[in-house]
Write a protein that binds this ligand. Structure first.
Ligand SMILES: Nc1nc2c(c(=O)[nH]1)N[C@H]1C(S)=C(S)[C@@H](COP(=O)(O)OP(=O)(O)OC[C@H]3O[C@@H](n4cnc5c(N)ncnc54)[C@H](O)[C@@H]3O)O[C@H]1N2
Ligand code: MOO
Length: 439
């Protein structure tokens, strides 16, 4: 239970990730807005070709190249039929479209020489192989909603055929996206166009956020000696920005029984207990506070009792965020970060968010670095975690003092100054951890 020798940030991050694995796979419909941000659990392939049929890329006339002179001389052709998107083609002179597209296509006088008036998106009539845009013909333009009464059209062979052909974007069976890809708007559109209704994704993580401290007041309330519970709001915002569903408990007083009850409500009943309470069924717990050496450090007090398992109380050679703890509560991994607001923020970014990403099925992020655009000092023998602002010339510490909460307002990333580096100079490359973008 006693914290061991100080460990590095990487060592503690490894200890966190050893406790979490990707959540189960679910089939999520593409018309559910909640699909965005979820991570593909399997490679996805096209169920149907994109486009699904040869169709016009321009409003104009469908022609058979064989009917047009190779030398580009204009010819006058009869207009035989109308082809519009979503409607079977109809022969000119017919009152309405035939209900069966095959019947309609068959009824087109394809044997005779002529052109088919066609609108962008309409299927290319059988036997036709090119479109001549209307502005390149004697018609000049079509009037939206207006009459299309011309019986002949004069046009010439074009350099391009203006036909979008079946499967030229994706063939049936072609890969759409690899496992591990986060679903974004482009993937939603491509998968839907390729005939898919659902995609196999990891379930969205449900993450509980709570803060400990008898001095904490809920938002909008004040009393002498209390402070706003900013940590639970900050943790909820971070976890949500990382793509999880948040169950925010808010502040729990520094009493071990209150904390135990709060954790039980988030997880499940004790084995064999029929306590009748509803449980939130969370996948991860993130708490702030109560992990240092004080008499009211309730997290450490509870971790010393048998309720929690896999307890790992650690001192990390980092600043801020030195005291950390991990445990499992009724099978649910628990990341406990210190209460100092800046420590809580950087610790959540370093340890809780990678756990959220692992649960969600994201592949491990490749290491990144950023160039320092300023100089500053760093304590020897400890990794300094610095909230930074990214500018074109590199990163600079956010705010006037990185120990202040207000420095986090503009921060878009954290950099980690190596333990042996006592002074950061411009152009030094530093390990970078981007913060999730607000959404
Ligand atoms: N004797 C020692 N004391 C401390 C040590 C140590 O090694 N020996 N470590 C210090 C370091 S480093 C840190 S960091 C803090 C971490 O303490 P706790 O995790 O136990 O956090 P608390 O004591 O509960 O709170 C610390 C500080 O942060 C404020 N706080 C807490 N929760 C919130 C919240 N939800 N919203 C806003 N502010 C919060 C709290 O009021 C305290 O001021 O321990 C040092 N002590
Ligand atoms: O290491 Mo504590 O986390 O100074 O703030």
């Amino acid at each position: 239970m006693k914290a061991g020798a100080p460990r590095s940030i990487a060592e503690h991050a490894t200890a966190v990730l050893a406790r979490v694995g990707p959540l189960p796979v679910v089939e999520q419909r593409l018309d559910d807005p909640g699909v965005v941000g979820l991570v593909l659990a399997e490679d996805v392939v096209a169920a149907a070709p994109v486009p699904p049929f040869d169709h016009a890329a321009m409003d104009g006339y469908a022609v058979r190249s064989a009917d047009l002179p190779d030398d580009g001389t204009a010819v006058t052709l009869p207009v035989l039929a109308d082809a519009r998107p979503g409607t079977p083609p109809t022969a000119v002179g017919r009152k309405s479209a035939a209900p069966d597209p095959d019947e309609a296509a068959d009824s087109l006088p394809t044997a005779s020489r002529g052109a088919v008036r066609i609108m962008t998106g309409a299927p290319l009539p059988p036997g036709y192989d090119a479109i001549v845009p209307v502005e390149r013909t004697s018609t000049g333009r079509f009037v939206a909603g207006g009459p299309t009464a011309e019986r002949t059209v004069t046009l010439a062979r074009q350099h391009r055929d203006h036909v979008r052909r079946t499967g030229t974007d994706l063939a049936a069976g072609a890969p759409v996206a690899r496992a591990g890809t986060a679903v974004g708007p482009g993937l939603v559109a491509t998968a839907a166009a390729a005939g898919l209704v659902t995609v196999p994704v990891r379930r969205r993580p449900r993450v509980a956020v709570l803060s400990t401290g008898s001095e904490l007041a809920p938002l909008g309330t004040t009393a002498p000696g209390t402070i706003a519970d900013s940590n639970s709001l900050m943790l909820a915002a971070l976890v949500r920005a990382a793509g999880a569903e948040v169950v925010r408990v808010g502040a729990v007083p520094d009493h071990v029984d209150a904390l135990r009850t709060a954790l039980d409500d988030l997880t499940g009943p004790a084995p064999g207990a029929a306590d009748g309470r509803q449980h939130a069924g969370v996948d991860l717990i993130v708490s702030s506070g109560g992990v240092s050496a004080g008499a009211s450090d309730v997290v450490r007090e509870l971790l010393a009792r048998p309720d929690a398992t896999d307890v790992d109380v650690a001192t990390v050679a980092q600043r801020p965020g030195k005291p950390q703890a991990l445990a499992t509560w009724r099978g649910v991994p628990w990341v406990a970060v210190p209460g100092n607001p800046v420590s809580a923020f950087v610790s959540a970014a370093l340890y809780a968010l990678p756990a959220v990403r692992r649960l969600a099925g994201h592949p491990d992020a490749p290491p990144r670095t950023a160039r320092a655009a300023a100089s500053w000092t760093s304590p020897a023998g400890t990794q300094q975690v610095v909230p930074v602002v990214t500018r074109p010339d590199g990163v600079t510490p956010a705010g006037s003092d990185g120990h202040h909460l207000s420095a986090l307002v503009d921060a878009d990333a954290l950099v980690i100054v190596p333990a042996q580096l006592e002074r950061v100079s411009p152009a030094d490359d530093l390990p970078l951890l981007p913060l999730p973008e607000a959404r």
